[in-house]
Design a binder for this molecule. Structure first.
Ligand code: SF4
Ligand code: SF4
Length: 340
């Protein structure tokens, strides 16, 4: 694994770095892994990871599934939440829940991705890790035996946990393998690698593009790109979106005092991409984002609701559904979402 170097954010002053010129973390990889394991990441091979989604727990124990079960019909208790790129991303969004280079004492080059595990190895690692985490529910009297049995046959994977999955060059093969094994796939990308998306080979069941800034200035300050021309690349991806046959989603993670404004500018981006759905959603003050943002940056349900209505007025998309608990809305030109 190549974990070394300093943090350099493009669009910042030339020569900007976060304070560690020559830090070589080759020796500290184990510490980083240890920290991730303590946060219940199941590390798979050299660059993948799986983590139990809290909605899998809520679905099994309290019969309360995630909003995607409500919107699209995926089953939370049969869902795997994973990433093939746990250490790598092209952005360092302030609202990101994952550990980033520059957090605590960890520094590495997040854009340097060179280990390439086989898709087969990743799939089998995911299945093993999912079984391991489900074994903990056997003794829980609140979990219905039949539901637990169903959970042991996962059929949905959210490639979304952390990092930018399009940096894994065999992503198309991985998607294909999941599909061959009976999975539906939700792929979440930040859209800064349009070349990879346009040559995927296999489309996901549903493609999410995180579109978290109404303009370049906000994008640079909130998403802190680690590559050149990241905003332009994201715009290129939005242009590409209509070429996908699968349903596409523009997801906006809304952070108070940062990007929760200018619905009319977001509407221009929506016009460009013409996605199937919009999902404006509140930033949640969790994970490592707590090092970068305050609780006051979390918008209320009412703020997200007002934003969703403005977005609907600006785009002509209908508000189809919402989840108060997750502070998220579903908008579309369709009159109802396509269920999986
Ligand atoms: S679809 Fe997303 S939120 Fe729902 S259970 Fe899967 S990982 Fe969790
Ligand atoms: S693009 Fe996603 S994984 Fe990367 S920093 Fe932003 S929120 Fe985190």
């Amino acid at each position: 694994m190549n974990l070394h170097g300093n943090v350099k954010t493009f669009e910042e002053e030339p020569g900007f770095n976060s304070g560690s010129e020559t830090t070589c973390l080759e020796d500290n990889v184990n510490d980083l892994m240890k920290r991730m394991k303590s946060q219940r990441y199941h590390l798979i091979g050299n660059h993948s990871a799986l983590k139990r989604c809290r909605w899998l727990y809520n679905s099994l124990v309290h019969n309360r599934p995630c909003y995607k079960e409500k919107f699209y019909g995926v089953k939370s208790h049969r869902c795997i939440q994973m990433t093939p790129t746990v250490f790598n991303c092209t952005l360092r969004c302030l609202f990101c829940w994952r550990i980033q280079s520059g957090d605590l004492t960890f520094y590495w080059d997040e854009t340097d991705f060179y280990k390439r595990d086989d898709p087969e190895e990743i799939l089998s690692g995911c299945l093993k890790a999912q079984m391991r985490l489900l074994s903990g529910y056997k003794a829980n009297p609140k979990v219905a035996a039949q539901k637990l049995e169903e959970a042991k046959s996962p059929n949905q994977v959210a490639i979304s946990l952390s990092g930018e999955p399009t940096l894994y060059p065999r992503l198309g093969e991985l998607l294909k393998l999941f599909h061959k094994n009976g999975f539906t796939t939700f792929l979440v990308s930040n859209g800064t690698f349009p070349e990879a998306l346009s040559t995927l080979g296999e489309e996901p069941t549903q493609l999410y593009i995180s579109s978290c800034a109404p303009d370049k200035k906000t994008f640079n300050s909130l998403c802190r790109p680690l590559i050149k021309n990241a905003w332009l690349k994201q715009m290129e991806t939005l242009d590409l979106l209509q070429s996908f046959r699968c349903p596409t989603v523009m997801r906006m993670t809304l952070v108070r005092n940062h990007n929760l404004r200018h619905p009319e500018k977001y509407a221009k981006l929506v016009e460009k991409a013409n996605p199937t759905y919009l999902e404006p959603k509140a930033y949640m003050h969790v994970g490592f984002s707590r090092l970068r943002l305050g609780y006051a940056n979390t918008p209320s349900y009412e703020e997200v609701s007002d934003f969703a209505v403005s977005l609907s007025n600006e785009t002509g998309f209908n508000v189809l559904n919402e989840s108060k608990e997750s502070r998220v809305f579903l908008l579309s030109r369709l009159t109802k979402p396509r269920k999986l």
